[in-house]
Design a protein around this ligand. Structure first.
Ligand code: IMP
Ligand code: MG
Length: 442
């Protein structure tokens, strides 16, 4: 069986968590392959409402193996807290495996993350402050500390001492802060290592064996493609290496690219962004607030960050960027989420092109300057004005909602096979399953 990547097609928070939660029923292994606990997924199922940051959304299915691959950077306190939180609510984590080669978010990383943001002033990226970016920075600088280092007292001392001396010079000299205490960090992280030991494994081998056995592997993307270092809105991006796009999937868990046969792109019926950087279709005022508060959807599912609680910026669906991310990721199937959130709107809009300095284009501008200047050209469509959260068949959607979905589908040129109409596991219209079997003819 092939590996399948599920990836966000916008700036994150597209509903990947619920999409993974749904498709994981068909897979044996669910693996996270990049990013850190900057990611946040909200999942609602028969066990309740959960916010996950590092643990794959497959954890709710007790017969599946869940893997945190070597491409992820891990804050031990966060993952241990998440494990405890799940166990306390009766969700078993016995099938969770964490790569011994994953880099660790160390105590200086969040400090540097926040310190750098202050130094950037008006040009701040708006990071999550979780230390994820600086942890990837250390990874590529080859000074990172890996999970395996925490499992070996001597090796850890050898790795930690020079790094902490180096980092302390930065904390004192650049930010005017107190240095970190070597002994304290050493004891704390050795203790984290002890608690993580039962989960630590050669996860690359595990996925390779599962693949060789013909098992279906789901590679769970964090963040959206527009936050990717190379293909997103640089420098207003996240720092994942391997990339947060689909190509990073196999690399981040230990598979070759030929293992991946399908890429499911998750797009919201509008879009959101947290943090700074260009967003050509951004809207403000009451129009944005109606969507942020959940629109016609379920109360309490508004657009606020799972990780930081920040109000998300809101914009209309951007077809130019959607086509870009479909191409970058090789998307073969689309899950369109939160259609219910637009049910209140009298009119809905889709951006089909940009106007920049009097010229019309329909591809993503290559420069940040171009992105900042881009004025959206919209196709305006009538809203559907009725609740769709109970709809389970495409044929039962109001005609205006169907037309809206169709317009997005033809703009991107990839089949929309799943539409979510609410946060619960079953609130979805599935027209084609993960194997390509048609469930409802369009
Ligand atoms: P960092 O990943 O914390 O360095 O933040 C870099 C940018 O990515 C900021 O704009 C963040 O708001 C954004 N970002 C990081 N993780 C997520 C996520 O899971 N969802 C949405 N935005 C994110
Ligand atoms: Mg999120």
């Amino acid at each position: 069986m092939p590996a399948v990547v599920i990836i966000g097609g916008q700036w994150g928070d597209e509903g990947k968590g619920r999409t993974v939660d749904f498709h994981s029923q068909y897979c044996s292994v669910i693996a996270r392959y990049s990013a850190g606990n900057n990611a946040g997924h909200t999942i609602m199922n028969d066990q309740g409402k959960f916010a996950l940051h590092v643990i794959p959304a497959g954890i709710f299915r007790s017969d599946k193996i869940c893997i945190i691959g070597h491409g992820v950077v891990i804050d031990p306190a966060v993952v241990l807290g998440e494990i405890q939180g799940l166990e306390d609510r009766g969700v078993s984590t016995k099938n969770l495996r964490i790569s011994r080669n994953a880099n660790v978010i160390m105590p200086w990383h969040p400090i540097i993350d926040k310190g750098d943001e202050l130094l950037r002033g008006d040009l701040a990226i708006g990071t999550t402050g979780t230390g994820t970016g600086p942890a990837f920075h250390d990874k590529v600088a080859r000074t990172g500390i890996r999970i395996a280092d925490l499992l070996d007292a001597e090796r850890f001392a050898e790795r930690l001492r020079p790094v902490i001396e180096y980092k302390n010079r930065i904390l004192i000299g650049l930010y005017g802060l107190e240095p970190l205490d070597y002994e304290e960090v050493y004891e704390n992280y050795l203790n984290f290592g002890d608690r993580l030991r039962p989960y630590a494994d050669d996860t690359a081998l595990l996925v390779q064996e599962a693949h060789a056995d013909g098992k279906m592997i789901l590679l769970e993307g964090a963040q959206g493609s527009l936050l990717d270092l190379d293909t997103g809105t640089y420098p207003y991006v996240t720092s994942s290496v391997p990339a947060s796009i689909a190509a990073g999937g196999p690399a981040g868990v230990g598979l070759g690219p030929t293992a991946v046969e399908k890429v499911i792109g998750v797009y919201k019926a509008y879009q959101t962004r947290v943090g700074n950087g260009p967003m050509p279709t951004e809207i403000f005022g009451q129009e944005a607030e109606d969507i942020r508060q959940g629109g016609g959807g379920v109360a309490g599912t508004g657009e606020f960050g799972t990780t930081t609680g920040r109000a998300r910026r809101i914009g209309w669906f951007d077809g130019v960027l959607a086509r870009h991310t479909a191409a970058i990721n090789g998307i073969t199937s689309i899950a369109l989420t939160r259609l219910d959130t637009l049910s209140h709107a009298e009119e809905v809009k889709i951006c089909t092109g940009y106007e920049i300095g009097g010229i019309t284009i329909n591809t993503m501008p290559a420069t940040l300057w171009g992105m900042e200047q881009a004025k959206p050209i919209y196709e305006n469509m009538p809203g559907w004005g009725e609740d769709v959260s109970e709809v389970r068949r495409l044929a039962d959607l109001p005609v205006n909602a169907r037309n809206f979905v169709k317009a997005i589908e033809s703009l991107i040129g990839v089949s929309i096979d799943m539409i979510s109409v609410g946060p619960e596991r079953d609130q979805a219209i599935v027209t084609r399953d993960i194997f390509g079997t048609v469930i409802e003819t369009k």
